[in-house]
Write a protein that binds this ligand. Structure first.
Ligand code: NAP
Length: 254
């Protein structure tokens, strides 16, 4: 398939879960990948899988909460692959969980630093590179948590994910004239290591699955398909939107 032929994408959080699934799918669609995460081993495994399938990838190990990583990812895209067309700002952290009034300042800060500030630092470098390229598509991984559901115990996560919607809307409004589109995915419960950090027992899993009209969690590949839509020209008139890919949990009352 060639839906991203000759495109170059930065994907953060690419070593696991949704980011890894997106990297594999984008590469299969002809996209060259700059994969970012903290752990080199997961990036190496991804690089092997993409290389074996005939795709092209460069990896960068680092923390998205640092601006040096945002800058280096864009430089790598430009030096290795000639520019940047797509940025999937997907790396995320749960932060400290617990009742809002008990969460520590440090636990709050972790979620805000990775989820919100990390994305902001990303766009500071991604936008100029896309303007130089003549346009692009920026995606952020947000959540139904903090948008339509006040999920107990997730104050730092919810606030940081909600903040991404405001960030995305301003980027979409400001840089639309330069042919840069920006959108967020409102992701629902997905079977990934992070998902399994929240859902810790079979009983909890079956309770959570029951909250969804579809009575199940998502597979990472299902979220990656939605990311592909927003990254590709198939969504050429979609910008400033928060796309619900959450199995209907926000509308379910049964
Ligand atoms: P995952 O499988 O645990 O993957 C998280 C990825 O982010 C890993 O590659 C991890 O690699 C990377 N990462 C974490 N912190 C980082 C940091 N500070 N700097 C750079 N990379 C970092 O989880 P996932 O479910 O795919 O999560 C992807 C996104 O989906 C997150 O933004 C999450 O909030 C969102 N989301 C998930 C769910 C769900 O139910 N799973 C629901 C809604 C939204 P390293 O640890 O090696 O850095």
């Amino acid at each position: 398939m060639t839906r991203l032929q000759n495109k170059v994408a930065i994907i953060t959080g690419a070593s696991s879960g949704i980011g890894r699934a997106a990297a594999l799918l984008f590469a299969a669609e002809g996209c060259r990948i700059v994969a970012v995460a903290r752990g080199q081993a997961g990036l190496d495994a991804l690089a092997r899988d993409i290389g074996t399938a005939g795709g092209e990838i460069a990896t960068l190990a680092g923390d998205v909460a640092g601006e040096d990583v945002a800058e280096a990812a864009v430089a790598l895209a430009q030096q290795r692959f000639g520019g940047l067309d797509i940025a999937f700002n997907n790396a995320g952290a749960l932060g400290e969980m617990g009742p809002a009034a008990t969460v520590s300042r440090t636990g709050w800060q972790e979620a805000v630093d990775v989820n919100l500030t990390g994305s902001f630092l990303g766009i500071r470098h991604q936008v100029p590179a896309m303007i130089a390229r003549g346009g692009g598509s920026i995606l952020f991984t947000s959540s139904f948590v903090g948008h339509t559901v006040g999920f107990p115990g997730m104050v730092a996560y919810a606030a940081s994910k909600a903040g991404l919607i405001g960030l995305m809307q301003v980027v979409a409004a400001e840089y639309g004239p330069q042919k840069i589109r920006a959108n967020v995915l409102l992701v629902g419960g997905t079977d990934t290591p992070m998902g399994r950090q929240v859902i810790t027992t079979p009983e909890m899993r079956s309770f959570v699955e029951g909250l969804y009209p579809l009575k199940r969690l998502a597979e990472p590949g299902e979220i990656a398909e939605a990311a592909l839509f927003l990254a590709s020209d198939a969504s050429s008139f979609v910008t400033g939107s928060a796309l619900a890919v959450e199995g209907g949990i926000s509308i379910n009352r049964t």
